[in-house]
Ligand binder design. Structure first.
Ligand SMILES: [Zn+2]
Length: 245
């Protein structure tokens, strides 16, 4: 199996994972991070968001719905019809099947159909274990399609990852936001930061996120972006106040 860590340029490590581990020799330290089993945090102000443009909706036929998960994964990876691949990702999303993470990551990386990649990102977000962090960050950085990057930003915002990974998600989304040109992806990153910005991550990180949002609020031409910055800042600050009480 391939290593589940990302390289510095936010691409999946090409090494083989060590036996009985998700990571190669060079990335064994990642194991400690993902095995952090602290309960998932979801602040009282957090918003749960779903992807509004779900890339079309198709009714999943009974034959596919009834298949065992390994067979659904097979269709996801090999079926020639992109609608069947989309429906397979949708079924895996409904089942929240952690055993499908590798197949979903693989397809998220290379499927030619944007709607299929988008559905894989949503499915990974729903599975929600710390292992889905890397595929979502990789696609947020590298997918050529706006709707896929949006789905990744939304999923990362919803994850509510514990400890180090939660801080990493904030850093990753903030870094992408600084470079992103697309207004829709920007908007989703800003809302995700409002969900993620967590006082327990340390005041340094929160200060950086706040600074970024304040700068965008002042500089952005689009009103929707300025409004999103305002809302996310409010959200982070009200959580800050709750923590201080
Ligand atoms: Zn590795």
């Amino acid at each position: 199996m391939q290593c589940c860590a990302l390289t510095l340029d936010k691409k999946r490590c090409a090494n083989f994972a060590r036996d009985a581990s998700y990571f190669c020799d060079a990335h064994q330290n990642e194991m400690a991070r993902i095995s952090d089993t602290a309960p998932r945090r979801r602040g009282i102000f957090s918003r749960w968001r779903s992807v509004s443009t779900d890339g079309g909706k198709f009714d999943v036929p009974k034959w596919l719905n009834d298949l065992p998960t390994p067979r659904v994964m097979e269709h996801l990876q090999t079926h020639p019809d992109s609608i069947v691949r989309w429906m397979s990702a949708y079924v895996l999303r409904k089942r929240r099947a952690p055993e499908a993470i590798h197949a979903l990551w693989h397809v998220l990386k290379q499927d030619p159909a944007r709607v299929v990649r988008q559905q894989c990102a949503v499915a990974l977000g729903k599975i929600g274990t710390p292992l889905v962090f890397a595929p979502l960050v990789e696609a947020l950085n590298h997918d050529r399609d706006q709707s896929v990057r949006q789905a990744c930003a939304i999923a990362l915002g919803n994850l509510g990852l514990p400890g180090n990974l939660g801080m990493d998600a904030t850093e990753e989304v903030a870094r992408v936001l600084e470079q992103e040109e697309n207004i829709f992806v920007k908007w989703d990153c800003i809302v995700a930061l409002g969900q993620l910005g967590d006082p327990s991550a340390g005041s340094g990180q929160i200060a950086r996120v706040e600074k970024l949002l304040i700068r965008l609020q002042a500089e952005e031409i689009a009103q929707v972006i300025r409004d999103a910055c305002h809302d996310s800042l409010q959200e982070i600050r009200s959580r800050n106040r709750m923590m201080a009480m």
